[in-house]
Design a protein around this ligand. Structure first.
Ligand code: GYE
Length: 342
């Protein structure tokens, strides 16, 4: 199917991309589109329309790079990349544009889980396989997408809970009251929903863990700082911060320090973070962040392998998980830091 009329389809793709860009510019739908569209004039390539949800975090930058490094001309791809800047409606528009360009595959990282049925049905009717990256969608009809490549967010949340269990017992604090606040990621996103559920399920096993408040802070450093400041004003006795990504953690640590309190090993407030980007691992190594639950953004290779299988007519699984670790001062070695490219 892909090889037929390739030149005509490429021409349509290039023209549609130009028209889409003009519409976008004219309609001022986005503030900046320079990284939105990459086109190639080669004919026999696999055309991938990729809708990235935004650029809110270090993790996201690494995730985008991982995809762009794999879907290259040299590897036989023609990538149309679109950044939705956190807006579901932008993602829906981008997917519709990919459908009208008749791309071979749609890869997309859904900003939230719900509200995708209609557009995914349109892709299905157009015969374009959809591959989810990173976050998940909540749809009844699982045939609306081919597979998902990403993390097990519930497991990540549970890992955070299990680390705290172990930490408290090692410090003989199993029975003390532990006051916890949670900085949550984007409301309705899989990573926020899964990490919250995973951590809460472990917390529910401990009568002495008291989750004082959980608040959305959008996975950004600025919002993390703002929400942490309000927690600090309300609660003078916070023992543990669970921050659902490193960017929010950076903001939260700033807020805590500005309030005169200390963080990390031997500090007033224990810090549990997620992602394990390079800058955060350095803070783990120096004892500022107590634990970082890794979330692996390097998903490009797996995506490309999945597309290769589909091209060869092979069956693919419904889900591909990426490998992830838990980092404390004990295992953030120089080697780990050197190897981390994000
Ligand atoms: O943890 C956060 C990002 O969905 C796993 O989104 C992703 C999360 C990641 O902005 O940093």
């Amino acid at each position: 199917m892909r090889k037929k009329n390739k030149f005509v389809r490429m021409l349509i793709a290039v023209l549609s991309a130009m028209i889409f860009s003009l519409m976008v510019l004219g309609g001022r739908l986005f503030t900046n589109i320079e990284e939105d569209t990459f086109v190639s004039e080669e004919e026999d390539r696999i055309v991938v329309g990729m809708s990235q949800l935004g650029s809110e975090s270090g993790w996201r930058t690494a995730n985008t790079e991982s995809v762009q490094n794999v879907f290259t001309q040299q590897n036989g791809y023609f990538l149309i990349f679109h950044n939705a800047r956190q807006r579901q409606e932008n993602q829906i528009k981008a997917i519709r544009s990919f459908i009208s360009q008749r791309v071979d595959y749609i890869v997309f990282a859904p900003v939230v889980e719900t509200g995708w049925e209609t557009v995914l049905q349109e892709a299905k009717e157009a015969g374009i396989p959809v591959i989810l990256m990173d976050r998940n969608v909540d749809v009844k009809d699982k045939s609306l997408y081919v597979t998902r490549v990403g993390s097990n967010f519930v497991e990540e949340g549970e890992r955070a809970g299990r680390w705290l269990e172990d930490y408290l017992s090692r410090h003989g604090k199993d029975d003390e009251t532990v006051n916890i606040v949670v900085l949550k990621g984007t409301q309705g996103s899989s990573s926020q929903i899964g990490r919250t559920a995973g951590f809460s399920s472990v917390a529910a096993l401990h009568g002495n863990w008291y989750i004082m408040e959980q608040e959305y802070a959008d996975f950004t450093s600025a919002k993390g700082k703002e929400v942490m400041e309000s927690f600090l004003r309300k609660y003078p006795d916070i023992d543990v911060v669970v921050s659902q990504n490193d960017d929010m953690t950076f903001g939260a640590i700033e807020a805590i320090r500005e309030s005169g309190r200390t963080v990390g090993i031997g500090g007033d407030i224990t810090i549990i973070s997620f992602d394990a980007v390079h800058a955060a691992l350095e803070m783990v190594a120096e004892g500022t962040i107590n634990v970082d639950i890794e979330c692996n953004p390097n998903q490009g290779e797996v995506l490309s392998r999945v597309i290769g299988m589909l091209e060869d007519g092979e069956e693919v699984e419904q889900q591909y998980y990426v490998e992830e670790d838990v980092f404390t001062i004990k295992n953030v070695t120089q080697e780990v830091l050197q190897k981390r490219n994000y």
